[in-house]
Write a protein that binds this ligand. Structure first.
Ligand SMILES: [Zn+2]
Length: 296
């Protein structure tokens, strides 16, 4: 089975907890990934509060850690069947300097989530009503220079529409569900989903229990319900995976312990929606998008 996952926090967790990427007790490691025929993963650099005193410097340290690991476990990085792409979750990392975007791009970062939940100097996150700020506009302007993707997951509603209206060329939602199916502030309403679809862009389904149901023990049926709604909105070519592994304290649907268990989700999708749609969600929608955007 092939898959592309637009969002996991594994790299940041390995750095924070002093673990290695090859083999660990997290949701994802290179050994587990090597079980899949073809896999592309976006590794998010997210800064815990303890790193916010020097966000730029600490982001560079995590990037250096990634390349050290890459060097150390070369054999897992050599196959062109398994790719890892760096992303930054939270524009705090830029420390108010537009040129830092160029620097991150040069170090391999191909996706920027402008805000995490908290507000920063680029924009308001989903728990506030503020939109895009002056520095956020400057970053969007600079991002036109490269093929760097702009992620609207975590953005406030106003930030979403400000980004969409200013430059929606490279937007996507890496790890967000439908608000119509489950009303959570992190999920997207139908207008937002259709706006992303109108850009021929993609939305990654998130497996975090909190974004699926009130019930602490989410079931895979809640994920199925999400897909059903996206299909109802004719988003067959727009949904993919953004599982949020290692970013949700193991609060995943019953039966999902780590990345190896996504096989179970694939089989369920196949049973419920057929192989063609299951393959699109797991691989082809994201692959087509990333190819068009020249990320892969
Ligand atoms: Zn996130």
């Amino acid at each position: 089975m092939k898959f592309i996952d637009l969002h996991c926090d594994t790299l940041s967790e390995c750095y924070r907890l002093n673990k290695n990427l090859m083999s660990n007790n997290l949701n994802i490691d290179l050994k587990k990934i090597s079980e899949f025929k073809d896999a592309i993963l976006f590794l998010a650099i997210w800064l815990d509060d303890i790193y916010l005193d020097r966000p730029f410097e600490n982001t560079i340290k995590i990037i250096d850690f990634f390349y050290d690991q890459k060097n150390k476990y070369k054999k897992y990085f050599l196959s062109n069947k398994h790719k890892f792409i760096l992303s930054i979750e939270g524009g705090e990392a830029l420390e108010n300097n537009v040129d830092n975007l160029d620097l991150f791009y040069d170090r391999g970062v191909r996706l920027l989530t402008l805000t995490w939940n908290r507000e920063n100097n680029l924009a308001g996150g989903c728990y506030c009503s503020k939109g895009l700020k002056k520095f956020g506009y400057e970053i969007l302007e600079r991002s036109k220079k490269f093929n760097i993707l702009i992620d609207i997951s975590h953005a406030s509603k106003k930030t979403f529409w400000d980004i969409y209206n200013f430059n929606n060329k490279n937007i996507l939602a890496t790890h967000s569900n439908s608000k119509t199916v489950y009303n959570h502030i992190r999920n997207l309403d139908d207008d937002q989903i259709l706006a992303i679809k109108s850009c021929n862009s993609i939305i990654g389904l998130n497996l975090f229990n909190e974004f699926l149901t009130d019930d602490k023990n989410a079931q895979l049926i809640h994920v199925i319900k999400q897909v059903e709604h996206f299909l109802k909105l004719n988003c067959e070519n727009n949904i993919c995976l953004g599982c949020d592994f290692d970013g949700v304290d193991n609060c995943l649907p019953v039966g999902i312990k780590n990345i190896l268990d996504i096989n179970k989700i694939y089989h369920l999708f196949k049973i419920n929606f057929g192989k063609i749609i299951a393959d699109k969600i797991f691989y082809f929608n994201a692959k087509n998008f990333l190819k068009i955007k020249e990320i892969i």
